[in-house]
Design a protein around this ligand. Structure first.
Ligand SMILES: NC(=O)c1ccc[n+]([C@@H]2O[C@H](COP(=O)([O-])OP(=O)(O)OC[C@H]3O[C@@H](n4cnc5c(N)ncnc54)[C@H](O)[C@@H]3O)[C@@H](O)[C@H]2O)c1
Length: 330
């Protein structure tokens, strides 16, 4: 297949390597609003570079890894050509755009996959299995953490949609996937604790939220743009039969200060690209099979919408200082 990758930034560079190496790809074309960036990346992975219009015009499969505020129009253009499309999270920056895309995707029947790569991580998959099989028993509560080691570059911040839509949206998706339940209500708070640059864009660098799920279980999450020991993405699930953790191991960037406890013993995950390298590969290899018609989308536009609705509810909760029902957000 001729695969078109749009976006040659942080995540686009990793996706380019994966796509170039996949046997489903006969030709990879890289495009970016910054033509030089596309050229450098294409040369690095042995791909061709082209302008966005040209790359889109010949694609059999489209991978969108451009800045978030470009997603909606690029997805629409892919749909116009009926090209199976992978779009990085979030599906669009705004809720109304997301709703419109879900209708367009569902009416068109064109396969679309949203880039929530935690669904392809071995630890999260095992946690999901343990919940579904009943081995965890009654699920009492879940703790989620998404901490980036370093804030993104400044130009990323105003295009991102803000902390809840950009970072916590991973947690809002994975909690649904892990539990099979929907988020019913969110109570969120946040602050600029250390990086005034976020305040400049009406954004925050640190947040917490509690979630009430449709099965009665509870969840709590933390989000941070700065965690100097490394990339800390974890989930802890507590049930009536067992308690389990995803992301706790020798590379967890969290140090125990208890006497005689030597944790962590190894070098920490340095960033999200390292933490989820295998998962990013697996999600794109699944997408190329989706594009070939071999698999249904493992993360649909409607999944993207549900996570976005929770992110919008969290933002509203933080701004209004009150719990917000996801049903309010439509
Ligand atoms: N799944 C994940 O874990 C994960 C991790 C990081 C980023 N992302 C998502 O991937 C996207 C890119 O993030 P990034 O960190 O690589 O950002 P980045 O700023 O490093 O790169 C974005 C690239 O998009 C290009 N671009 C912007 N508008 C464009 C347009 N209209 N057409 C073509 N190119 C355009 C920019 O020139 C830049 O090269 C974001 O939507 C982000 O939310 C997902």
């Amino acid at each position: 297949m001729k695969v078109c990758l749009i976006g040659a930034g942080r995540i686009g560079q990793l996706h380019a390597r994966t796509l170039a190496a996949d046997p489903h790809t006969s030709e990879l074309v890289v495009a970016d609003a910054d033509a030089e960036r596309a050229r450098v990346l294409a040369d690095k992975v042995g791909a061709r570079h082209a302008a966005v219009d040209e790359a889109l015009g010949t694609a059999d499969a489209l991978v969108i890894a451009a800045a978030t505020d470009a997603h909606a129009q690029l997805v629409r253009r892919g749909l116009e050509r009926r090209v199976p499309t992978f779009c990085e999270k979030p599906l669009a920056r705004e809720l109304d755009e997301t709703l419109e895309l879900v209708s367009l995707v569902e009416d068109s029947g064109v396969p679309l996959q949203v880039g929530f790569q935690r669904r392809f991580d071995a630890g999260y998959a095992e946690a999901r299995r343990l919940v579904a099989s009943g081995e965890l028993g009654v699920l009492y509560c879940v703790r989620l953490a998404s901490h980036d080691p370093e804030p993104p570059h400044e130009a990323y911040i105003p295009t991102s949609g803000g902390l809840f839509r950009d970072l916590s949206i991973h947690d809002f998706d994975i909690i649904r996937w892990l539990t099979g339940a929907e988020v019913e209500e969110v109570y969120a708070d946040g602050a600029v604790r250390n990086f005034e640059v976020f305040a400049r864009y009406d954004d925050i660098d640190t947040a917490v939220a509690t979630l009430r799920m449709s099965d009665g279980s509870l969840a709590v999450l933390t989000a941070a743009r700065h965690d100097p020991p490394g990339c800390d993405v974890r989930a802890e699930l507590f049930g009536s039969r067992d308690s389990i953790s995803v992301g706790l191991g020798p590379r967890t960037p969290l140090r125990s200060v208890d006497p005689g406890v030597d944790l962590p013993p190894g070098p920490a995950w340095t960033n999200f690209l390292v933490r989820f390298e295998d998962a990013y590969r697996a999600e794109l290899s699944a997408f190329l099979r989706v594009a070939q018609g071999e698999l249904p989308s493992p993360c649909t536009a409607r999944d993207g919408l549900q996570a976005m609705r929770t992110a919008v509810a969290a933002t509203r909760s933080f701004r209004d200082h009150r719990p917000v029902k996801v049903a309010e957000v439509s």
